[in-house]
Design a binder for this molecule. Sequence first.
Ligand code: PMM
Length: 288
Amino acid sequence: MTELLRGTRPVVMGVLNVTPDSFSDGGRYADLDAAVEHGVRLYQEGADLIDVGGESTRPGAVRVDAETESARVLPVVRALAAAGVPMSIDTTRSAVADAALAAGASVVNDVSGGLADPLMRTVVAAAGCPWILMHWRGHSDRMQDLAHYHDVVGEVRTELAARVDDALAAGVAADKIIVDPGIGFAKRPEHNWRLTANLSDLISLGYPVLFAASRKSYLGRLLTDAAGTPRPVDQRAAATIATSVLAVAAGAWGVRVHDVRDTVDALAVWQASGSPRVGPAESDGGHR
Ligand code: PMM
């Protein structure tokens, strides 16, 4: 994990949603054996971390209770830990994060950036684990109503900086913080494109940046066919890989993707091409 956080090479997180209703893989890995098998496969394909989630965050999703979320993820986390697979837990709930860390996860991926549960910062600070703080404005049932910006890149940067300040004030170490623009969360397609094109503005905060556009709807809309139908979710891999390479080339610390093997291949090409890695250490000498 320490090596991952140092950012000497791009990190690939593989998505494992143990939910019936996530937008791209919902229902496919709701069964324990299928989930564990898929997590192991993504790890073997080269993922650095498997990101295990038990609550869908697709636009409009209705929340599940903490018990349901825990019952979905904990057996998977335990089994993957036993298989030696490193994991992040994708949750906004401190109780789920706490239990998943105890069960073998080593990173907390919080799409609310600590806003949904005020106890999350305490759990993360006590655990001393890395914390991914994503830009978020509200739960999925209402997030599209919150997609109003004058300057999306500037506002996301300012709001993420506030999340970082909250984390630091709670005792989370600066070198454990990762930020994420939250592609698709309270964002319209034009907002997602502005953020995709201006990642360097977020990288200049001085924290590792995770970019997570995999299969998201703005890519489907980009690839709309002549009849006006957006490209289906399972046919957005090439577009996703293009965004991942662009993000890493712009200095992103890592990407969160469904298609691990092809992403790893594409990033190997990027690295072999000798492209200089431009990250916080090189660009502005560290934290804000
Ligand atoms: N997106 C989803 C879930 N978790 N975590 C982070 N850090 N960033 C994201 O953009 C993000 C996330 C929703 O996508 P999925 O349904 O494919 O998991």
